[in-house]
Design a protein around this ligand. Structure first.
Ligand code: NAD
Length: 360
């Protein structure tokens, strides 16, 4: 029996529409092979939405997203909108989308594809085989804790304050996402905190430790964040799934991403308690190459694979797409950003065609 899914597409700005078009073709092909039907609905977000409606996330776009099973976002922003006041900036739309859909968990894989080992700034023996998933808490911690602000003290000196705070419930819900993610991977979860110094981290460690009882098939370990940063560049292969708070996750997920050396290859997922997740590449809208058929569509295509795996529970379809990406890289196809000597240069469309061929 055919399974149907409603998917909202947010192509956004810059290279967004190009990489999205290619990705939709890839999804349709996989869908027809596995009896999955994708009903795509396109909506405005980012600079294009500002131009058309004056706001980066129009209310009907958010409503369309809410009504769907998953949201596939490309990238937003560009020079044209950089000077607008903050509330009208494309990035404000992204924060509003996260808030509007209650997306508290951010999943960012850092996988070194064997064909691209040389793109990493670290030695081959250190990065070969790295396959890490960073699960970052996205809506709590020091970015949102109260009190926050710059206050004047009695002596007239200014004092900047941000508060790192987590409640039991906030730790538990991100913890459950992380344990479930580890279950779908190699079954190892490392929780990163600063429990030797921060009370909020002590609570974090206590709650994550307590949750482990419900996930007997996952091996849990803990690291302090300073040590985790060191271990990530010393011997990244020791990690499978990492779970951490908003601030530590912001930093560690970028560090982990850089192990791969290629921004055009990295997907991400943002998930809520229920309702649709948002799946998008880590890179931006690359206005410098927009409209020139130069963009690498693989991060977007791999975001669609993440959507199938984590948003729509279709691991077979996700595996198929990931295998096709591997195959075209094996065949030597490269867009400009990952080009190397002896490889076959292709544009965005050409890379898409190669993926379609690999799937066939
Ligand atoms: P960027 O990621 O757009 O580009 C950085 C560099 O990487 C550029 O040289 C670009 O050409 C290249 N690049 C990025 N993606 C690529 C791809 N798929 N294929 C080939 N090359 C690629 O970052 P930036 O230049 O700092 O930002 C450009 C715009 O994107 C800004 O308006 C920024 O605010 C926005 N942005 C949006 C998101 C998002 O939508 N989530 C994230 C980051 C930046």
């Amino acid at each position: 029996m055919t399974q149907s899914f409603r998917i909202t597409l947010l192509p956004g700005d810059g290279i967004g529409p190009e990489i999205m078009a290619v990705t939709v073709e890839v999804m349709n092909q996989v869908g027809s092979q596995l009896d999955l039907e994708f009903n795509f609905q396109e909506a405005l977000m980012g600079g294009v939405a500002i131009d058309a409606t004056g706001t980066p996330l129009p209310a009907d776009t958010l409503e369309t997203c809410r009504q769907s099973d998953a949201v596939l976002l490309a990238a937003i922003g560009g020079y044209k909108w950089d000077a607008l006041p903050r509330h009208q900036r494309p990035e404000t739309g992204l924060l509003a989308l996260r808030a509007g859909l209650g997306l508290f968990a951010n999943l960012r894989p850092a996988t070194i594809l064997p064909q691209l080992v040389e793109a990493s700034s670290l030695k081959r023996e250190v990065v070969e085989g790295v396959d890490i998933m960073v699960v970052r808490e996205l809506t709590g911690g020091i970015y949102f804790g109260e009190p926050k602000g710059i206050f004047e003290t009695e002596t007239g000196e200014k004092r900047g304050v941000s508060t790192m705070a987590y409640k039991d419930s906030e730790i538990d819900r991100i913890g459950r996402v992380a344990f479930a993610t580890a279950q779908k991977r190699q079954g190892r979860l490392c929780s990163v905190d600063k429990a030797n110094v921060l009370e909020v981290s002590q609570l974090w460690r206590d709650r994550i430790t307590a949750l482990a009882a419900d996930y007997g098939d996952v091996e849990l370990s803990h690291l302090y964040v300073d040590n985790a940063a060191m271990q990530l560049v010393r011997w990244p292969k020791q990690f499978d799934t990492i779970v951490t708070g908003n601030l530590f996750g912001d930093i560690l997920s970028d560090a982990a991403a850089m192990l791969t050396g290629s921004i055009g290859m990295l997907p991400s997922a943002s998930l809520g308690a229920d309702g649709p997740g948002v799946f998008e590449p880590v890179h931006g809208s690359a206005p410098d190459i927009a409209g020139q058929d130069q963009a690498n569509p693989l991060a977007q295509i791999l975001s669609a694979a993440m959507m199938l795996r984590y948003g729509l529970n279709q691991p077979v379809a996700a595996d198929k797409i990931e295998a096709a990406v591997n195959q075209v890289l094996d065949q030597g196809y490269r867009t400009g950003d990952i080009m190397a000597e002896g490889m076959t240069g292709v544009g965005c469309r050409g890379m898409g065609d190669a993926i379609l061929k690999a799937l066939a």
